[in-house]
Design a protein around this ligand. Structure first.
Ligand SMILES: [Zn+2]
Ligand SMILES: [Zn+2]
Length: 283
């Protein structure tokens, strides 16, 4: 963790317990922490063990509090630290049933498109379009707040749209700027891979998705975190500028610079709005 990360984090205020934190995102490492009434869990472990421990310490949380880890897919930027972290702290991992990840501390499986519950949190994993099948995003309900996380996908589909539409909080990939990708130093094959249907999501595609969501009268989104920004073919400033027109008083958009810790929170308004019965049907 560099000084910028620490300054940003401590600049946010006290290290208090919070509902969730993006421990870091980007092309090199991704991990998100969520904490509910029944304990904490993590989605993806792309940081090494020492890096991950340092970030957990920075948010004032003990790694021992993490009860399980969910994995979206087996690319290194999502699983680099998984074996050592899960072994050291005895944390079981949930992976898609066809995943090639085999040497985990305790492997538990889920099937894409089938809901599952863990300690009172209901998850719905849905396929993403990525060159690391099986690759998924998650919709889940945590203490009355609905989250959708969509990263590492070349395109977005209607299933993702419906999940995001029902969510209060959306973590969405905004990986590359088309112009910068075209002109950056990446080799041609990598540019083609990133921009393919099974690659990553462009700023423009993420923007169109979010614009369409905002046009729906039933859209309940309150917070959006734009993450997994490419180091070479994107900048936080470009993302900020593109999405600024979508923000308003009741709708926040946070751009997540590479590797930076971002604290999330859910206020009482979101909790109350979500105290109704929850059903995963018709998704
Ligand atoms: Zn990936
Ligand atoms: Zn990734």
């Amino acid at each position: 963790m560099n000084k910028t990360d620490l300054r940003f984090w401590f600049g946010c205020g006290m290290m208090i317990s919070m509902e969730f934190a993006i421990l870091g995102s980007g092309s090199s490492a991704n991990s998100c922490f969520f904490k509910g009434e029944n304990g904490a869990f993590v989605i993806d472990c792309g940081f090494t063990l020492p890096q991950w421990e340092a970030r957990m310490k920075c948010i004032g949380e003990s790694p021992a509090s993490v009860k399980y880890i969910l994995i979206t897919h087996h690319h290194a930027d999502h699983v680099r630290g998984l074996e050592r972290i899960s072994a050291k702290y005895g944390i079981p991992s949930y992976v898609a049933s066809d995943s090639p990840l085999k040497t985990l501390y305790e492997r538990r499986e889920f099937r894409p498109l089938r809901e599952f519950d863990v300690d009172g949190v209901r998850f719905f994993p849905f396929p993403t379009f990525h060159d690391a099948a099986p690759s998924v995003g998650f919709f889940f309900l945590l203490d009355g707040v609905r989250f959708t996380i969509i990263t590492d996908t070349g395109v977005l589909d209607e299933r993702m749209f419906r999940a995001a539409l029902k969510s209060d909080v959306l973590l969405l990939e905004s990986n590359y700027c088309e112009e910068l990708l075209e002109s950056c130093c990446y080799p041609e094959f990598l540019k083609r891979r990133i921009s393919s249907v099974y690659g990553h999501l462009s700023n423009r595609a993420a923007f169109d998705f979010l614009s369409r969501l905002r046009e729906q009268p039933q859209c309940r989104l309150r917070q959006v975190y734009l993450c997994h920004l490419s180091e070479k073919s994107n900048t936080p400033e470009r993302v900020e500028m593109l999405f600024s027109s979508l923000k308003d008083e009741s709708f926040s958009i946070t751009v997540c610079p590479k590797n930076q810790l971002i604290k999330g929170f859910c206020d009482d308004t979101i909790r109350k709005a979500n105290s109704e019965c929850f059903s995963c049907s018709n998704r």
